[in-house]
Design a binder for this molecule. Sequence first.
Ligand SMILES: NC(=O)c1ccc[n+]([C@@H]2O[C@H](COP(=O)([O-])OP(=O)(O)OC[C@H]3O[C@@H](n4cnc5c(N)ncnc54)[C@H](OP(=O)(O)O)[C@@H]3O)[C@@H](O)[C@H]2O)c1
Length: 348
Amino acid sequence: MVVRVGIVGYGTIGKRVADAVMRMDDMELVGVVKQNPDYESEVAVRKGIRLYTYEDKVDKFERVGIKVSGTVDELLRSVNIIVDATPDGVGAENKARFYEPMGLRAIFQGGEEAEVAEVSFNALANYDMAIGKRFVRVVSCNTTALTRLISAFLLHGYKIRKVRAYIVRRGADPREFKKGPINDVVFNPATVPSHHGPDVMTVIPSVSIVTMAVAVPTTIMHLHMVNIEFDGLVSRGEVIKVLEETPRILLFNSSSRKFESLAQVIEWARDIGRPRGDVFENAVIEDSVTVFQNELFLMQGVHQESIVVPENVDAIRAVMRLMDKWSSIRKTDEVLGLITEGKNYALA
Ligand SMILES: NC(=O)c1ccc[n+]([C@@H]2O[C@H](COP(=O)([O-])OP(=O)(O)OC[C@H]3O[C@@H](n4cnc5c(N)ncnc54)[C@H](OP(=O)(O)O)[C@@H]3O)[C@@H](O)[C@H]2O)c1
């Protein structure tokens, strides 16, 4: 079966998911919804992507010579599933306005409240819970990274007593020009826990996690400083092995390979030819991995613009019952060019 996919919201996340869907042989990108005939609309048309817009906006596109293939209603009537990648909160409005009344299936993003969907999703953690569901939410970039890291250990049979994570958030995405901070550290939020910990628990309810977050003037990546306390002793060697063999987690060595900053992780992605310099994997800094008895400490970089892209592809497969968990994760990783060498695609 080839699943017909529509994407509503063609921004940072939507355009990357669109590219990923176009590369999958079990999916067809029917079209994307745009509201404005801007440069992104023009690039989409150049790539052969069909654009759809709201009925009252068709004229706006035609006036500037950007071809529209139809209205939002027409797109929604011709797809099996929608990926909604609109700004925070708009997905819930779209659900009530379109997807529910039209009987459509939809994947939402992490900016929506958990209640928008039946399942908050991460492929490593709970793929099976999304199978056959109608509404699934792919959790945010920070939550995806934390959930993957915790899942790596749970999938290897470790018992976790508690997790504490300190998140240094990027101030804005590279394309955003209206947002700060410019010269500041913003308590983002000042409350403890930040929303990330409770959000991880929407995917892995059994984990005890507290997070704190600030935002800084950078656009490239988030940085997490994570402390995991296990039920029992662990060794650094075991931890490295878990991280090496878990899909979607990569180790970057600062002493031997000279990865001394997150900018160099992005440069690596550009050098190996990743589209837009995307880093789909958790970028764990190998030298930071330190174990004291039953406690693990590490730092990881999180490429906010792309980390959720593989999960969106897997969420489509789960909802559409296309494939089992590990077949989907492996296929997504191979097609999108994630590092698959040494990875175990048959973890428990
Ligand atoms: N960026 C990140 O770091 C990141 C990471 C993980 C998850 N997320 C989540 O992913 C979702 C999307 O975020 P994003 O960063 O991709 O946002 P974005 O870059 O602002 O893109 C959203 C796009 O949606 C379109 N849009 C706005 N209102 C719309 C509407 N009513 N109907 C259809 N399209 C509409 C906008 O373009 P037009 O108005 O021109 O159509 C815009 O390009 C959010 O839930 C966010 O929390 C973001």
